[in-house]
Design a binder for this molecule. Sequence first.
Ligand code: ADP
Length: 354
Amino acid sequence: MSIVTKETILEALKQVNYPGFSRDIVSFGLVKSVRVEDGDVKIAISISTNNEAVPEQLRNEAELALKEVPGIKSLEIGVAVQAPPKANSTNTQGTGRQKIDGVKKIIAVSSGKGGVGKSTFSTNLAMALHHELVELGQSANVGIMDCDVYGPSIPLMMGVSERPSFANDKIIPQENFGIKVMSMGLLVDDSSPVIWRGPMVTNVIAQFAQNVDWGDIDILVTDLPPGTGDAQLALCQNMPVNGAVVVTTPQAAASNVARRGAMMFEKVNVPLLGVAENMSYLLNEQTGEKQYIFGQGGGESTAKALETEFLGAIPLDQEVREGGDRGIPVVLSNPESSTSKEFRKIAAKLLNLI
Ligand code: ADP
């Protein structure tokens, strides 16, 4: 007679995907415990959702997957459900997901695909939020958590390169221009390319959430990896995100992908705060004429389709690119430029939404 073990149970549970995703519940870290004693199996699963159908569906699928495992005498599957934060909530981090000590609010910045300027947007947004909070006379502690492990460009864009230090077993983020920065790019060597598999991304994000000593942070901007699925789900399962911003270019191709990505947030009940369009137009400084190089209207139509706010349009601006390369975001180096003002307008809108 076969002896059932924790490992065989976990192996079988890897066949169960989180509803609507291509990732299994084990690699997502949703299986909290498996106890096996003489063929009696007890499994605890913990998820964060408002969708009442999901727990039952997961339990049924888990039972089905375990049917094939020989040696199970009895099976108990507990699915604990925690409610995610509500849209436009004025609360600080929602209950249900583990809080990050000291962090009051979290905004996730996402894009359907790479190269649309998501990281550029995140750094300038962080600077603009800081600026707006200072203007409002409010506490203005802002941080950036670079979860884009595939191309961690935030350190370069924020002019940060020192390795973070450790204190009391926690990582102390680097700081520049009054913004705290944590990125995988600060921990791994430039010369050693890191090949990330899905579950590793989940782990890194969880580590960043729990093992970094952020100190007091009023708003943490998190730069998500590009894409439309699993990493975002992992992030939302690991920390209480108050809302998500989707960055897109005006091109139909980009905005279609952005739309799919945004629908993912709906699935995990993270409120969508709005859509921002980047590289919207090229401004001719002499004539004031706007050239719509990548087409027009993608951001607005995406916002409309998602029934969310169109936050603003950032032009294609040489100063933005140079600021990124030099490590001084344009919102700081030229705060009065029309581009910087647009970033601040977006920041002000977001402050009203979270
Ligand atoms: P992503 O994070 O989406 O991959 P990045 O933020 O790294 O994209 O931007 C890709 C490139 O485009 C960078 O070189 C950046 O400096 C440049 N870029 C982004 N936004 C703008 C903009 N509004 N104007 C000019 N260059 C931009």
